[in-house]
Design a protein around this ligand. Sequence first.
Ligand code: IFM
Length: 567
Amino acid sequence: MVHSFNIVSPESDINILRRRMFSNFNAGLEAGQTLVMEKYVNVFTSRDKEAEGLDVSGLQALSLEELKKDEASGFDAIAAESAECWQQRVWDRAPICIKGSDIDQFVIRFAQYHMQLMTPAHDRRMNIGAKGFSGEGYKGHTFWDTEIFLLPYFIYTMPEAARNLMEYRYLSLPGAHAKAAKGGYEGAQFPWESAWLDDGEVTPEYMGTDIVTGQLIKVWSGFIEIHITADVAFGVWQYYQSTDDQEFMDRYGYELIIDCAKFWASRLEEGDDGMLHINDVVGPDEYKEHVNDNAFTNYMARWNMNKAAEYIEQFRTERRSLYEELDAKLGLAGLLPLLKEKAGRICLPVPNKDGVLPQDSTYLTLKDIDLTKYRQQAHVGGIYKDFNQEQICKIQVSKQADVMVLFYLLEDLFPHEVKLASWDYYEPRTLHDSSLSLSTHSVLACDIDDTALGYSMFRKACDIDLSNDDPHSSDTGIHAASYGGLWQCVVYGFGGFRMLDGKIRISPALPDEWESLSYTIMWKGQRLRVDAARDSVAITNETGRDAVSVEVWGSEYTFEDKLNVDM
Ligand code: IFM
């Protein structure tokens, strides 16, 4: 770090306190005189690619050399270079224009800004931390937040960054194998929280104090929140469907999907009812621990096993050398019949007589209490002031979206009425105590044709880090996944974009507050620009290489350069 001044360098002294280091400057100024201080800082670590092989003194020399260059360039030149870089890399590459609401335009840019900053697109040995680069909460660890909330933004705007995020998972396979083996399972079981490649599971075992027992609270997610394994496989598949990146699939993707499926096949438990169960898990709703047959987990696990089986069958007949290579690593010959048999017998919760999809085998039987107080709370997690985790597990209360996430990831499996009935049942019981919840609800509200409700949920999601109501909400860092969630509200929700089984749909539904919305989508190497108005949409193929097929408001179209559709 170096400071430069427009006056003769003031006297200074350096102070070092616990985890803090700072300088004090003393300068005497004449009345009306302006003091300008420029501060140049850089950080190098031995893990940086440009610092490979350097020892501490080498790092210091590199840092000093860069600081001298920066100081010589000066603030204005560096700021201009940075602005130019943002323009090219982000604002021109992934433009989003919301007309009618300056605040929503600002919010989506704020989200894009953080997503860009927090993503180590240059280095596949790293992934996105749950607090981005803004704070020390969650110690920089990576969760399912990447695949389900953030990855879509990168797949559809900067696919090369998305690929790096997926390669990180491939490089962390040894930790996933170790985790599976530790539990007595096969294949790859991804850690709930991941950090450096060979760290394996890094979820803390205990956190906070139980208000009833006074004991430390055990964090069960690191042991039994296992849906992340299917989420990783889903992310890989989504990337492939949207990019056609065959080279990635051949080198990493197929192996990831099949290795994850292998875990599920070994994790299923034989029940007395002839079905296979996934017992003792935490689903996305972390207010329910040790549940059996969490719908999200089971449906996603079956999706993963079926996808792996489909690929293995295809390779067996059409791609012999790939088949043999993967067979040597993963034992495909024995795995294929196992996957098919087990996927066919997995227990999948079905909607009850009211059309509500049970979140797990017991949720709908738990005690109902009046949640008004907690739904109106100013800070998240208020319920912990009155109940401990064990008690919360016995109440029909959800921390965050659970079956709602399933409804839009595997949307064609569930009829409209089931989504509607489940929304009416679960949303009033959901406290949105996780920042991943509101955006999912916003997208789902659009899916059940209630754009106004979707917009009100979106506005609340915008407030997670930007509202003045809770000045401490970001004390340990911003909520990274919620920014991917905001992008999904805009593009998936109001923008009506969705990719299902390799096909795209663009059926916008703008909220009353907006006049128009424009965004771009990278689709199989071509950039599509979507200009949506209230009752019409124009889709332009800006790359103009291949014809594009798309569903708009229920009709199928194929076009080359531009498609205009009126509602
Ligand atoms: O991954 C999330 C989880 O779903 C809820 N608690 C916070 C985690 C990190 O964002």
